[in-house]
Design a protein around this ligand. Structure first.
Ligand SMILES: NC(=O)c1ccc[n+]([C@@H]2O[C@H](COP(=O)([O-])OP(=O)(O)OC[C@H]3O[C@@H](n4cnc5c(N)ncnc54)[C@H](O)[C@@H]3O)[C@@H](O)[C@H]2O)c1
Length: 184
């Protein structure tokens, strides 16, 4: 356990997530896919936050970063209904934890990446290039983020440089959530 090895739990980065192809329109998504996505994307964040917090409350310090998504802020007609709902849950849970535990010296932030060039997105796009193109057109810079660009934001939120950043909706999305129309 981190506490036994290092003496404290300073940072928790709860980032695991899935985006399977059987999670799509609400009309086609069964309870199986719905529950699997909720378990991996949302219940895991509840559990990992809960057990990190038990140590952080005791030591009166800590930073938790929970990975939500830009889809927690925007709707897509190319739907992945359970994924989007799970990320909305991560966002509001993180906000509430940040507010509840601020006086214990703990910060909790929801990271909202835009589309990132990782296997999660690559697999989805390989299975449906048309849907992929429909997504890419909305990114103002016309490209996806590289994983390092998201990692840099996590390192910032974990650090004391972010000492007054708490309960935030921390978007690292290349401007996608601010865009109405993008340039040709
Ligand atoms: N890639 C994107 O465009 C994008 C955009 C916004 C948010 N996100 C979110 O960022 C996070 C990381 O995604 P990624 O793009 O790096 O995906 P990825 O598929 O490359 O990596 C996901 C990671 O989660 C782990 N994981 C999956 N199920 C798990 C389980 N049951 N137990 C333990 N670990 C498990 C996998 O082993 C893998 O390491 C996810 O929460 C994802 O929803 C991704």
């Amino acid at each position: 356990m981190a506490k036994d090895t290092f003496g404290s739990v300073d940072v928790a980065f709860n980032n695991a997530g899935i985006n399977p192809t059987d999670d799509s329109s609400i009309l086609d998504t069964g309870l199986d896919a719905w529950s699997r996505v909720q378990n991996v994307n949302l219940t895991s964040v509840y559990l990992c936050s809960k057990y990190a917090l038990t140590h952080m409350v005791e030591q009166k310090s800590g930073s938790i970063i929970n990975t939500a998504s830009f889809v927690a802020l925007m709707g897509a007609a190319t739907s992945q209904i359970s994924y989007s709902a799970s990320k909305g849950g991560v966002l509001s849970m993180s906000r509430e934890l940040g507010v509840q535990f601020a006086k214990d010296g703990i910060r909790v932030n929801a990271l909202c990446p835009g589309p990132v060039n990782t296997p999660l997105l690559q697999e989805l796009f390989a299975s449906d290039p048309v849907a992929a193109q429909r997504r890419l057109v909305h990114v103002p810079g016309g490209r996806f983020a590289e994983p390092e660009e998201i990692a840099a934001a996590v390192a910032f939120l974990a650090s004391d440089d972010a000492s007054f950043v708490n309960a935030s909706t921390f978007t690292v999305d290349g401007g996608i959530s601010a865009a109405y129309v993008t340039a040709e």
